[in-house]
Design a protein around this ligand. Structure first.
Ligand code: PMT
Length: 295
């Protein structure tokens, strides 16, 4: 058994998994001959310390990249499966400042409040092309990622995977995990985190070999970024790696393919106009995906 198969054998599917699979199936069937389909993953995965979880290790990501990109994919006519971390940034709602939330609501007959038409029109237009799926833990994420990939491979084999989530490389296996809250009375805590199998490998070669796969690579050391992005591409043989540095991720990214690497950076006037880098990223990805579909 491969390491990744072992992982799924040892970690149970998330609650509501069958419902999520049925939703994926219905969504893919509905859109396959109507719209291009993209799976966007977004937010960081958690790794629980206890089965009845009180504490966990988190992966850095607010979910801004995934949420913003989802809006732009929808604007390009895509149907989007938005697989995101619970309570991370979400499309459309991210524009509402909680301090002014009440301004976005209007009273309707019967004393009810609803989102005003200005705020809801864009959302409603895209609603039928957006499937919301959530995860919390690493294991939830991997189960749903596999299900979505396999479903797309079967129903829409030219679909796009846009893997912007930040996924843990370390975890505590089920059989090593405490059942209940770990007590501090026992003194300092030593935890051994095990390596998570690299899931891009089966994703590209087994679950979705015909899909257009775009992964993101986050680094903090500029010197390592291109080397790591190129390494990832060579290893997994997917279509595109988008490298970004933690410090500059909102202003620039680097597209790395087998043939070239090119920098995409917001220009000064774009920054002044508050253009989001995701707008440029998605435009470029959509162009490449369209070329891929033609072949
Ligand atoms: O959400 P924001 O705050 O806007 O930030 C966006 C972002 C910086 C999180 C995003 O742009 C980004 O870079 N996401 C990827 C983060 C990252 O480098 O993750 P990683 O090194 O854990 O994974 C890299 C790739 O390997 C990913 O495609 C991942 O799916 C894959 N991976 C990771 C772990 C694992 N066990 N198996 C994998 O296959």
């Amino acid at each position: 058994m491969d390491e990744w198969e072992q992982y799924f054998a040892e970690n149970p599917a998330p609650r509501g998994y069958d419902v999520s699979c049925a939703q994926l199936e219905a969504f893919c069937q509905l859109h396959v001959n109507r719209n291009p389909i993209a799976l966007v993953t977004s937010g960081g995965t958690t790794v629980p310390f206890e089965r009845n979880t009180v504490r966990y290790v988190d992966n850095f990501s607010a979910g801004t990249r995934g949420a913003a990109s989802t809006e732009y994919f929808l604007a390009h006519g895509y149907a989007v499966i938005f697989l995101h971390r619970e309570k991370s940034v979400t499309p459309f709602l991210r524009h509402l400042d909680p301090r002014f939330l009440l301004d976005a609501l209007q009273e309707v007959p019967g004393g009810l409040l609803q989102l005003s038409s200005v705020h809801s029109s864009q959302r409603v237009k895209s609603e039928s092309r957006l499937l919301w799926l959530t995860f919390q833990t690493l294991s939830d994420y991997l189960w749903l990622l596999r299900a979505a990939t396999q479903c797309l491979q079967q129903r829409a084999p030219k679909a796009l995977l846009y893997l912007a989530a930040a996924v843990s490389d370390f975890y505590i296996p089920q059989d090593k995990m405490a059942e209940h809250k770990i007590q501090s009375g026992a003194g300092p805590l030593t935890v051994t985190l095990h390596l998570v199998p690299k899931m891009l490998s089966p994703l590209v070669s087994v679950w979705g070999p015909e899909l257009f796969v775009v992964s993101f690579k986050l680094e903090t050391d500029e010197k390592k970024l291109i080397e790591k992005a190129t390494g990832s591409l060579r290893k997994y043989k997917h279509d595109l790696v988008i490298g970004n540095l933690l410090q500059t991720r909102r202003e620039e990214v680097t597209f790395v393919t087998e043939k070239e690497s090119s920098l995409l950076r917001l220009m000064e006037h774009q920054k002044a106009e508050k253009t989001e880098i995701e707008k440029l990223i998605v435009e470029e990805v959509v162009t490449r995906h369209r070329n891929f579909i033609k072949y």
